[in-house]
Design a protein around this ligand. Structure first.
Ligand code: ADP
Ligand code: MG
Length: 311
């Protein structure tokens, strides 16, 4: 059966940890990723693609920092928009090339996507998401004073800027996306989307929206059948990394909530995926989420790999 699938690509889909982050290396890894994406397209599914941007936005921030005496640093929303363009461009090239090889007459198109957050979201009072480089205590104090950044000490490695991670409320370009998905492979909500608040107009804010949650919102808005979260592990585990580690083929929403309460999922990595999966699976009858490895997306949709979260 053909499904409408929102695919959320994690960081490892976009860059290889050990290799230098050159444009060519980024394109090469995205070419690999695109083969897996095109398997699903060739199988007849309708795909919409969301992606992360952590390492990419981190490097843009570093460039800003190092050239700040010559070029004024850009705000975080602008940096996010840059990564959407950069990653979207590579995905368009790589998916385009792969589709052509397979004689599939489709095009990929990326949308610079804004996502509305609530300016009263409690995340703004409690920034939690570490971004960018590490600083010394002295440097951190200057940034707190001059830029009103929130800085926290990060596991003995130095000080890091932390920014709010508010809940995605509304995808601004959703109507356009809905019109395009039948005809094109749409790439959207990159890096969780560019966070904006609604005043009289839309205003970019210094925040980062979680890409798993933004992908979930997208999947609900598009009435997708599957939210497919592709990452570096093949399945979700209980007691992850411990002796009694147990890999899960499927979990109900109820079980997942219990495992969350028991603390099985790491806060900055697996927890947002589980939360997104639970939210999507609970949102309407028949919807399911799958968390799977990047190169097993097609198997996962066939029920042969990954962890399914269903009601
Ligand atoms: P992405 O870039 O795809 O969002 P993350 O690194 O944020 O990837 O999250 C995926 C990682 O979560 C896995 O590679 C794994 O190291 C980690 N992880 C934490 N807890 C678990 C768990 N319970 N089961 C599986 N993986 C887990
Ligand atoms: Mg992540």
């Amino acid at each position: 059966m053909f499904m409408k699938i929102v695919v959320a690509l994690g960081g490892n889909a976009l860059q290889e940890g050990k290799k230098a982050p050159t444009a060519l290396e980024q394109l090469n890894i995205i070419k690999e990723t695109s083969k897996h994406i095109c398997d699903l397209i060739e199988e007849g599914h309708q795909l919409v693609i969301a992606h992360g941007n952590g390492p990419q936005v981190g490097r843009i921030l570093l460039q800003n920092e190092q050239s700040k005496n010559e070029i004024p640093p850009m705000s975080l929303d602008v940096c996010g928009a840059m990564t959407q363009g950069m990653i979207g461009y590579h995905l368009q090239q790589a998916i385009g090339e792969e589709l052509q090889l397979r004689n599939i007459d489709k095009k990929a198109i990326s949308i610079v996507t804004q996502v509305v957050v609530d300016k009263n979201d409690k995340a703004f009072k409690n920034p939690t998401k570490p971004i960018g480089q590490f600083y010394s205590k002295e440097e951190a104090d200057i940034l707190i004073e001059e830029k009103e950044y929130t800085m926290t000490e990060d596991a003995g490695r130095g000080y890091r800027r932390v920014v709010p991670s508010p809940v995605p409320k509304e995808i601004v370009e959703i109507d356009v996306i809905k019109k395009l998905v039948d005809e094109y492979i749409v790439i959207t909500v990159g890096g969780g989307g560019i966070p904006v608040i609604k005043e009289n107009t839309l205003k970019g804010v210094e925040a980062v929206i979680d890409k798993d949650l933004a992908s979930e919102k997208l999947a609900e808005d598009l009435d997708a059948d599957i939210l497919l979260i592709l990452t570096a592990v093949e399945k979700v585990a209980l007691n992850f990394g411990k002796k009694d580690e147990m890999w899960l083929d499927s979990v109900s929403v109820k079980e997942a909530n219990r495992f969350v309460a028991e603390g099985h999922f790491a806060k900055g990595s697996m927890l947002p995926k589980i939360n997104a999966a639970v939210k999507f699976a609970s949102s309407k009858k028949g919807r399911k989420a799958i968390i799977a490895s990047l190169n097993k997306g097609s198997d996962a949709v066939k029920g042969k790999s990954g962890t399914v979260v269903e009601i």
